[in-house]
Write a protein of this length. Structure first.
Length: 174
């Protein structure tokens, strides 16, 4: 068996991270590959329910999740993550904790206008009561990754097409 990896989906809210992560998890399961999915929204309701959306809180959120990734990877489980992780420094923190040799960064690329139009969770509504001015894309910038392993363009390609691209690029790991 090859060493397990962390697949880390990053992108703006509404870019398709969660949909891609869930779809890919099901694809892996159908092939008999054991993996776990850690979703930013779910983690915020449990492990990180005490954190807000300031930069310091976001950094702590990712630190905790990265430590969980390490534990799961050390127990031979692949881990799929979907977190906005809006800055290079936050993504670097995750990569450093998890280990760059087992960290695959997937940039889910969709322009802000497309994400606002999709708004699957209603998170872009004006005066977002949960995050206020710290909402990524509106009050807080999203830094497009300088370094990523895979880029998926969800504006121009369907989820299924993106999953096919992802599978092709991840062949060496499975």
């Amino acid at each position: 068996m090859k060493s397990p990896i962390c697949i880390w989906f990053t992108g703006l809210p509404g870019s398709g991270k969660t949909t891609l992560a869930h779809t890919y998890l099901e694809r892996l399961k159908s092939k008999g590959i054991v993996a776990v999915n850690l979703d930013g929204d779910e983690i915020r309701k449990s492990l990180c329910s005490d954190l807000g959306f300031t930069y310091a809180d976001r950094l702590e959120n990712i630190r905790r999740v990265s430590e969980v990734n390490k534990i799961l990877l050390d127990n031979n489980l692949h881990v799929i993550n979907s977190f906005v992780s809006p800055t290079e420094s936050i993504r670097a923190k995750a990569r450093n904790i998890i280990g760059s040799h087992r960290f695959v960064l997937v940039f889910v690329d969709a322009p802000l206008a497309v994400c606002i139009e999709r708004d699957p969770k209603g998170m872009y509504r004006e005066n977002n009561p949960i995050q206020g001015n710290n909402f990524t894309g509106l009050g807080q910038d999203f830094e497009v990754p300088e370094y990523f392993d895979i880029r998926l363009d969800t504006q121009n390609f369907s989820i299924e097409e993106c999953i096919e691209q992802l599978e092709l690029k991840l062949i060496p790991y499975f």
